[in-house]
Design a protein around this ligand. Structure first.
Ligand code: AKG
Length: 300
């Protein structure tokens, strides 16, 4: 008698969190082919063991960033950066969202992530994740418990964005791979009160492959292949993401936390030097335009 052994199909494991395989939440790309993007509802409360409302409250209670001069040296304190700071503007225009940047203390310097419109001087406003324990914990837990394509990553930077009202949004884009650790995923956590959910659209070429309201506490994973941050050249399957304006004027505040494993670092000394250069440029520009001397710390 011949016994034919059936080959057991190996269960695919792209994303595992704390021994739970999350592959069932995969988003399909063009032609139904699975992408390496995932959308997982209630991630914060069920997987992170931390209430999304606690993170939301904590972020909302952080002070606005401001710069002052102490003993002739610039000092930046606080977290939320007003879009009117010159180093946050893109081609002279204010972004229609507030941001805070958190880096994890690691002895290598401050994590630097380049994006379109990024200015060196903005790094002076980046704050240690120790200024917000919930963010620090989020990065630690993701680094410890997430296995992505069989690898662990060191999530060391979080960029928090506040969409103040229905008009704030972000257009279709891909995250720039230059400072992102190759093959690492990009994690987006959503925080908002009921009714303030926003629609995320994922497009592959001209085709919308996924459109959905990101719920409070959810996690969206943009895979390294989808975003084009994988090692290995050009990827025709790259996926863009965007957050649409709210559907009606009653849609209120939404906060997102984008967590990345960053492999570029800048020393605090260099950050300070770049900021001082920036201050001089801006103060001179104002002087030339108006004939008045304005100190940077009194600008906003
Ligand atoms: O707010 C979000 O969900 C996405 C933010 C984003 O795409 C970005 O900051 O690059």
């Amino acid at each position: 008698m011949i016994i034919i052994k059936k080959k057991r199909k190996k269960r695919k494991q792209t994303v595992v969190f704390d021994s739970i395989n999350l592959d069932a939440h995969q988003i399909k790309g063009i032609g139904g082919i699975p992408s390496d993007c995932f959308y997982i509802e209630k991630f914060a409360d069920t997987c992170l063991n931390i209430s999304s409302s606690q993170i939301l409250n904590s972020l909302n209670s952080l002070p606005n960033w401001k710069v002052s001069k102490e003993n002739g040296k610039y000092v930046g304190t606080g977290n939320w950066i007003l879009p009117s700071y010159p180093f946050m503007k893109y081609r002279g225009n204010e972004l229609n969202r507030f941001k805070c940047f958190f880096y994890q203390e690691n002895g290598k310097g401050v994590s630097k992530y380049y994006y379109t419109g990024w200015q060196k001087a903005s790094m002076f406003a980046y704050q240690s994740s120790l200024t917000c324990p919930e963010i620090d914990n989020l990065m630690k837990v993701l680094s410890e418990k997430m296995i992505w394509k069989k690898n662990k990553f060191r999530f060391n930077q979080s960029i928090v964005t506040k969409y103040r009202d229905w008009q704030d949004n972000i257009g279709a884009h891909q995250d720039k791979p230059i400072d992102i650790t190759p093959n690492s995923p990009i994690i987006i956590i959503t925080l908002c009160k009921p009714g303030n959910e926003r629609t995320m659209v994922l497009t592959q070429g001209e085709t919308i492959i996924w459109k959905g309201k990101l719920k409070n506490g959810s996690m969206l994973i943009l895979g390294d292949k989808a975003n084009g941050t994988y090692k290995g050249g050009k990827n025709k399957q790259e996926i863009k993401h965007e957050i649409l304006k709210g559907e009606d004027p009653n849609v209120g505040e939404r906060i997102s936390i984008v967590v990345r494993d960053i492999s570029s670092f800048v020393s605090k000394e260099n950050i300070y030097k770049d900021f001082v250069k920036h201050v001089k440029v801006i103060e001179n520009r104002i002087m030339q335009k108006t004939g008045k001397r304005v100190n940077y710390e009194n600008l906003i």
